[in-house]
Design a protein around this ligand. Structure first.
Ligand SMILES: [Zn+2]
Length: 433
């Protein structure tokens, strides 16, 4: 007797990334209504299920889609325009260009290209902090891609979206109220840019609004020593100390970067259940330093991986960030710092947990959303596979991703995008660049 499935991904070795690290050789994933129904041996599941659509993953690795926990997608518009500068020099330039360039139409073009790049790289969702988030959401919906976004707060005289600071609270409240029926696997988000672009009172108000709606609050903090010194001079406290003193640390806060941290700050993040989005490529490129990830992990802090925007890291390649995360912390002399499995988990289950979505995303387990990727192992640089974590962290490239599935829908099959007109997206981007 056959049971019905919408999609059967079968024949590949399945790295579930569940708590136990279950690895099913020649396995299958059964998908129905956008949700994972079962994971198990391919032979058994093929005989039990009648599937409307199938992906033959023989000779491939099947794993959860990668989660980008910190990015600014539409910054693809500015890729390559601010290289080899300091964070502060970078911010000055970017803010000037944004004022000239940004509109809902241009944001849509930048995001469309960013989603095409992400789907190709096996990234199935991203936390995207940027202006005109409604335009980004529209594009993501058309592409069938999972976007975590919401209103951004940054107190500056000429915000790119033209919404004055005093009007932003009411605008954000309307936005959150409209999200009462969120798509499964997403949650409302509010973005507070940083402790140097918002006052303590503003931060407190934004956090209160986030809590009222059960939204995730996301902020850049402690990205480099200059930022920390600036905030310390202005407010008498370092960024994470300031957030702690305002009562903003907690399980609903995700901090991007967290490079310049003291021991007591790491302890405060652990004590409060605050998560961190580690962006190793951006931090290296901007000379910000190396986040104390081994210490964060041993303190019990949840750490996800982010690429940051395509101006500061130049790619949205999360697998590239996995490799950096697995390598850069060893530079201090300890090759056991951030192992391959830890780095892959940061890009999957831990990333989902950092967003507060660990029950819905980040591993291939029944009841979770069917966000998964198929990585082709039919190439010399990924053979043999003695250990799939090692293959992913140290050998595979994002271009090895063959198929990308979000919510059970195939967005890339055999390296061809099925929901996005890639040529048109690139032509639009070029026209603006
Ligand atoms: Zn950022």
């Amino acid at each position: 007797m056959s049971e019905y499935a919408d999609l059967l991904v079968h024949g590949g070795d399945v790295l579930t990334v569940d708590e136990a690290g279950t690895f099913v050789r020649s396995g299958a994933v059964v998908v129905r209504d956008g949700e994972i129904r079962e994971v198990g041996p391919a032979e058994e599941l093929r005989s039990r299920y009648e599937a409307a659509e199938t992906l033959d993953a023989t000779g491939c690795l099947v794993l959860p889609g990668l989660v980008n926990t910190h990015t600014h997608l539409a910054m693809t518009l500015l890729r390559g325009r601010a290289d080899d500068v300091t964070l502060q020099g970078f911010l000055e330039r970017v803010l000037r260009w944004e004022a000239e360039l940004l509109s809902p139409k241009n944001i849509a073009a930048g995001v469309r290209a960013a989603i095409a790049e992400s789907v190709r790289a096996g990234v199935t969702s991203a936390l995207d902090m940027y202006w005109f988030h409604e335009a980004a959401e529209r594009v993501a919906r058309e592409a069938g891609w999972r976007l975590h976004t919401g209103p951004t707060f940054m107190d500056e005289p000429d915000p790119a979206d033209g919404i004055a600071y005093e009007d932003r609270m009411a605008w954000a409240r309307r936005d959150l109220a409209d999200r009462a029926t969120a798509r499964p696997g997403t949650r409302p988000v509010l973005f507070a840019h940083s402790t140097y672009t918002l006052s303590p009172d503003q931060l407190t108000d934004i956090a209160a609004l986030a809590r009222e709606f059960g939204a995730l609050l996301h902020i850049h903090a402690a990205e480099n020593t200059t930022e920390v010194a600036t905030v310390e001079v202005r407010h008498g406290r370092r960024p994470v100390e300031l957030l702690d003193s305002l009562g903003l640390l907690g399980p609903d806060l995700l901090i991007a970067h967290a490079v310049d941290l003291t021991g007591p700050e790491i302890a405060a993040l652990a004590r409060t259940g605050t998560s961190v989005a580690h962006c190793p490529v951006s931090n290296l490129k901007l000379g910000c330093g190396i986040a104390p990830v081994p210490r964060l992990l041993s303190a019990g802090v949840t750490v996800g991986l982010g690429t940051d925007g395509a101006v500061s890291s130049n790619t949205l390649d999360v697998l590239g960030a996995v490799r950096q995360a697995a390598l850069v912390h060893k530079a201090a002399g300890d090759p056991t710092a951030v192992g391959a499995e830890q780095a892959v988990r940061m890009a999957t289950l831990e990333g989902a947990r950092a967003l507060g979505l660990g029950d819905h995303l980040g591993s291939l387990e029944p009841g979770k959303r069917a966000d998964l990727i198929v990585l082709d192992l039919n190439a010399p640089h990924v053979r043999p596979v003695h250990n799939p974590w090692s293959t992913l962290a140290y050998a595979a490239h994002s271009a090895d991703v063959r198929d990308t599935v979000v919510d059970g829908r195939i967005l890339m099959r055999d390296r061809v995008l099925t929901t996005l007109d890639e040529a048109a997206a690139l032509a639009d981007l070029e026209a603006l660049a």
